[in-house]
Design a protein around this ligand. Structure first.
Ligand SMILES: Nc1ncnc2c1ncn2[C@@H]1O[C@H](COP(=O)(O)OP(=O)(O)O)[C@@H](O)[C@H]1O
Ligand SMILES: [Mg+2]
Length: 355
């Protein structure tokens, strides 16, 4: 990614080098960032890479940075850790580049950004020289929210260069798969046609992670039967991976409320229903089952946005002439329902079972 390298160039001459990298899952954000990091000569930068899906608060992500810099993982408060990080920066000549991958996983990410873009103030060290904060996340919406939120100063002190990571095309997916094939199969167990077929199936998403997973599953199935991988294995892998991804998202709902709200959507949006219909039904459901106070409309809109990001639901705005505002309809994609029906853990009628 040329743009990331340009950012790093800026950092060496003391220019602002903050970056915001976005692009769908499997488009190669992490792979590219890690690759750029690896190619940099050690003496030029101190790059600290933290995967935030393992650190879900600003405090934990700060700990992640400190650990990367050689401090112990436990027993220190956030201000002390920040001070230690700044100490390391002061004793080093190189610009520091902090990379927070999967930043959306951090609940108070605005605070993390604010703290790391203003280290000189937070640690009362005006002497501190140049450093940069680069983050990566699947959706541009994350930045939009940071920008829109008036209470937050984070965006203003950060002002990142936006870098879009585009989805992979057929040739790129094919090249990635050919590498994997080379590493994982002995000739002639995985014919090149199989790689082509998988690349062709994965191309509408442009998702390398998905393509690699298909290759793995197709290979495994053929392997069990001591066969060469064939078209049937590819079909099998395609349907399996589709539902895996969905089930994986369902299993990883951030809160029980997400789960509950999604359940209500499944029941209300058999054809389609407006966001308001869903919210009202949710309120009734909560009342009937004595689940306490329902969440506010706004909180539920957050959940809807989350579900949309994960492609578990689709939103569609309909504007009627003469009526103020537009109605937003929710639908559940066919493949999501199918994945839920096919699975044993989840069922549609009773909603998602616990556990
Ligand atoms: N250019 C590439 N060459 C080889 N493997 C790649 C390449 N890009 C992505 N991959 C592989 O595809 C998978 C998903 O890529 P990743 O960078 O993790 O996606 P993202 O971070 O955008 O979700 C990873 O297993 C990664 O190793
Ligand atoms: Mg990634």
């Amino acid at each position: 990614m040329k743009e990331v390298e340009e950012l790093l160039e800026n950092a060496t001459v003391g220019k602002r080098a903050n970056g915001f990298v976005y692009g769908g899952s499997g488009f190669g954000k992490s792979a590219t960032l890690k690759d750029v990091v690896k190619r940099q000569p050690q003496h030029r930068f101190r790059i600290v890479y933290v995967n935030c899906s393992l650190h879900r608060t600003a405090a934990l992500a700060t700990t992640g940075v400190a650990v990367e810099l050689g401090y112990p993982a436990r027993g220190m408060s956030e201000p002390i850790l920040t001070q230690l990080i700044v100490d390391k920066m002061l004793e080093d000549d190189r610009p520091f580049i902090f990379i927070f991958d999967e930043i959306q996983a951090v609940r108070d990410s605005d605070r993390l950004i604010y703290c790391f873009t203003r280290l000189h103030e937070v640690a009362k060290m005006p002497k501190l020289r140049h450093w940069a904060v680069i983050v990566a996340t699947p959706s541009r919406r994350w930045l939009k929210e940071l920008e829109d939120n008036q209470e937050v100063m984070a965006y203003k002190s950060w002002l990142p260069v936006e870098i879009e990571c585009p989805q992979y095309n057929y040739d790129q997916l094919r090249a990635i798969l050919m590498d994997r094939r080379e590493a994982a199969f002995k000739d002639p167990y995985c014919p090149v046609e199989v790689v082509n077929a998988i690349a062709a199936r994965a191309v509408f998403r442009g998702d390398a992670r998905w393509a690699i997973e298909m290759l793995r599953i197709a290979g495994e199935r053929a392997d069990k039967e001591y066969r060469i991988v064939d078209e049937g294995d590819v079909l099998f892998a395609a349907s399996k991976t589709e539902s895996y991804k969905i089930l994986d998202d369902l299993a990883k709902f951030p809160t029980a409320n997400h789960r509950l709200y999604f359940n209500v959507i499944l029941q209300v949006c058999v054809v389609r229903a407006t966001t308001l219909d869903v919210y009202e039904r949710y309120g009734t459901h909560v009342a009937i089952n004595q689940l306490g106070e329902p969440l506010s409309r706004r909180m539920c809109q957050e959940i809807v946005k989350y579900l949309q990001d994960k492609e578990l639901i689709k939103l569609e705005a309909k504007w009627t002439p003469g009526v103020r505002g537009s109605k937003v309809f929710i639908t559940v994609p066919e493949e999501v329902r199918r994945a839920i029906e096919d699975s044993k853990v989840l069922n549609l009628n009773g909603g998602i079972k616990n556990g």
